[in-house]
Ligand binder design. Structure first.
Ligand code: AMP
Ligand code: MG
Length: 312
């Protein structure tokens, strides 16, 4: 069953839907791909023309590399050189799941996908439909979030259809995303892995896996050259977000309030849908109660700060 939104076909994540998605990717077309983090704008990662279209459709600068998605952990070695023991330990624990590793790229990896770099970001998503599509295509799939550059990421098939309309062949409806914020990115090209973007695989998880003896890991986002595409303003709704560390600092007439402090898992799962709802309702200002800086709270704080930023 397919429904049309404008010109975008939304297909179910069933056998015919998966077959249609694979056929579109094989022909160099772009699709909306469900994952457990956010929906991706997916292209065959071995097709440079299709990859160039991803940048064009998103309006994303070509120097901002794409995450390459694989269907089996064993595919990592077809993309990467010199995978470190720490990187192996990370993917063994966290894949399939919301963890992206940055590794040295083999010569065969498209430099369109890597933004011209000799490193590539790789992830195996924990979503049945995504894995089925990538496995059946038999090639890795590059997929940034399926929204226009700088905007709010999509967490439902409808969000993708609303954002990208006729620029994609179809979107596979894999339901609302379980996690709701983008993957944790860990740079594994260094002796000590370093977190470039916080996500649902937390600092504590990474530390426990790669540095059980308590040695340090790099934390937080570094300079632009190390973490291309990490801009101050990103994930941004039309509404102005005003961030509050405590409920006590909320003005008494604050309305609406987006509570991200009570239940972190729920706050992450629903964050982008709630931002979209506030925009749809025409709210010019939204007050946000910030989550604590621990666990998944780090990822939420990162996204909320960038969504609230007025810097370019
Ligand atoms: P997304 O915006 O979710 O598509 O994630 C892509 C982000 O992953 C980029 O903006 C980079 O910050 C990071 N990334 C992807 N590939 C690389 C790479 N080769 N080296 C360093 N960071 C990368
Ligand atoms: Mg994005």
């Amino acid at each position: 069953m397919a429904t049309a939104v404008g010109m975008t076909r939304i297909v179910a994540a069933d056998e015919p839907g998966v077959a249609a998605a694979v056929a579109a990717l094989a022909q160099g077309e772009l699709i909306g791909l469900p994952t457990e983090t956010v929906y991706g704008l997916a292209a065959d990662a071995t097709n440079d023309d299709a990859l160039r279209r991803v940048f064009e459709v998103k309006g994303r600068p070509t120097g901002h590399p794409l995450i390459v998605h694989i269907a089996d952990a064993s595919w990592l070695d077809a993309l990467a050189l010199d995978v470190s023991p720490a990187c192996r330990a990370l993917v063994e624990h966290a894949w399939p799941g919301p963890l992206t590793v940055v590794v040295r790229a083999r010569d065969t990896v498209s430099r369109v996908a890597t933004g011209g770099r000799d490193t590539v970001a790789v992830r195996m998503p924990a979503h049945g439909a995504a894995l089925a599509i990538i496995a059946r295509l038999g090639r890795p799939v590059a997929a940034p979030s399926a929204n226009r550059f700088g905007g709010v990421s999509p967490t439902t098939a409808r969000h993708v259809a609303d954002d990208l309309g006729e620029d994609i062949a179809l979107v596979v409806d894999g339901g609302a995303c379980d996690i709701g914020v983008e993957s944790t990115i860990v740079d594994c090209t260094l002796e000590q892995p370093e977190i470039l973007r916080p996500g649902a695989v937390t600092q504590d998880d990474v530390r426990r896996i790669v540095a059980p003896s308590g040695t340090s890991i790099g934390e937080g986002v570094t300079g632009e050259s190390r973490a291309p595409g990490m801009l101050a303003r990103h994930y941004a709704p039309a509404a102005k977000l005003v961030l509050h560390e405590t409920a006590a600092s909320l003005p008494s007439d604050a309305n609406p309030v987006l509570d991200c402090a009570s239940d972190l898992v729920e706050a992450a799962r629903t964050l982008y849908a709630r931002l979209r709802e506030h925009d749809a309702a025409g709210h010019a200002v939204v007050h946000v109660l910030m989550p604590p800086a621990r666990g998944l709270g780090h990822a939420l704080r990162d996204r909320l700060r960038k969504a609230a930023s007025s810097a370019d």
